[in-house]
Design a protein around this ligand. Structure first.
Ligand code: PDD
Length: 291
């Protein structure tokens, strides 16, 4: 196995050598933000969108941004270059740094910056072909879900409940409306239209969400970005989830009940195909002319 190289506070090193003090506020309070950026054929996908959201998350928690957009892009590129796989999942985390434990922000403390990258596991063909099961749960997270914070306990417990029910993801509802999944955005399809919950403090503004809606519009599929009542989601013809690691997947059962006819629907098939076509691919090896 080749060594995984990570970036920690300005230095590159094997992951085994990366150490963070126990008083890091990320460890003590979950006081930080993060991004997961897919890279296909070593090319980060929708990098600007991810870095813009990172900046918004930092601003949203009052964490001073230690780098310019160009510096972040360079660091992400360097981590990708130093690791082996063609397709990678870059994980980037910034915390409020190391300080004696006190809830209030410390003064004059440098943020901790950590970037690692591992293989981006291909989405199993079986999941693309058959879809995945999901369960419905009450969204009991805080009211600032638009920030991509490392405090993920509620998401962790929700995902675990899904796993224990034999499901791949949960579909969350708050006050009678669809929000998102524990680590994905959720879409419904009814009467040929894609319904997407609008961006608000109640959902993460997914980068894949943007790509999915853009592809649907380009493909001539009607899109309605509006609050989706629970009853409409539960009786949808199709349900999808989207994320940087899962791309776009059909949810084919909800609470053990078939969604539509229980198979990935035609609109999913179309958007999934457009998504695959959008992904950067490894360049074919140069042709040997005249050989
Ligand atoms: N999760 N909603 C939540 C709560 C998420 O955690 C994620 C991503 C998404 C999808 O966002 P994007 O398309 O930008 O990945 C929506 C990442 C993958 C994670 O925590 O591992």
């Amino acid at each position: 196995m080749t060594t995984q190289i990570v970036h920690l506070n300005g230095k590159f090193m094997p992951i085994e050598d990366a150490r963070v003090p126990v008083l890091d506020r990320g460890f003590i309070f979950g006081d930080g933000v993060y991004e997961v950026i897919p890279a296909y054929a070593r090319e980060p996908f929708a990098l600007d969108g991810h870095l813009e959201r990172l900046e918004a998350s930092m601003a949203g928690i009052g964490l001073s941004n230690p780098h310019t957009r160009a510096q972040w892009a360079k660091l992400v590129g360097e981590v990708i270059a130093k690791n082996e796989p063609q397709d990678q999942a870059v994980y980037l985390q910034v915390t409020r740094g190391v300080a004696p434990r006190d809830h209030a922000f410390p003064e004059g403390v440098a943020p901790t910056v950590f970037i690692m990258s591992g293989p981006l596991k291909p989405v199993p063909a079986e999941q693309v072909e058959n879809g995945v099961p999901a369960i419905a749960l009450a969204d009991n997270r805080w009211l600032r879900c638009n920030l991509k914070t490392t405090s993920l306990l509620a998401n962790v417990l929700l995902r675990q409940a899904a796993v224990e029910a034999g499901a791949a993801e949960c579909v969350l509802f708050r006050d009678g409306f669809l929000t998102e999944g524990s680590a994905s955005n959720i879409f419904a399809v009814r009467a040929g239209k894609v319904l997407a919950p609008p961006k608000s403090n109640l959902i993460l503004p997914g980068i894949t969400y943007d790509v999915v809606l853009e592809l649907a519009r380009e493909g001539g599929i009607p899109v309605e970005v509006r609050p989706v009542p629970e009853a409409e989601a539960r009786s949808a013809d199709e349900l999808w989830l989207s994320s940087s690691s899962k791309e776009v997947l059909a949810i084919t059962t909800l609470d053990g009940k078939a969604v539509g006819n229980g198979r990935p629907g035609p609109i999913f098939q179309k958007v999934h195909a457009l998504f695959q076509a959008r992904k950067p691919r490894a360049r074919a090896p140069a042709q040997v002319v005249g050989a």
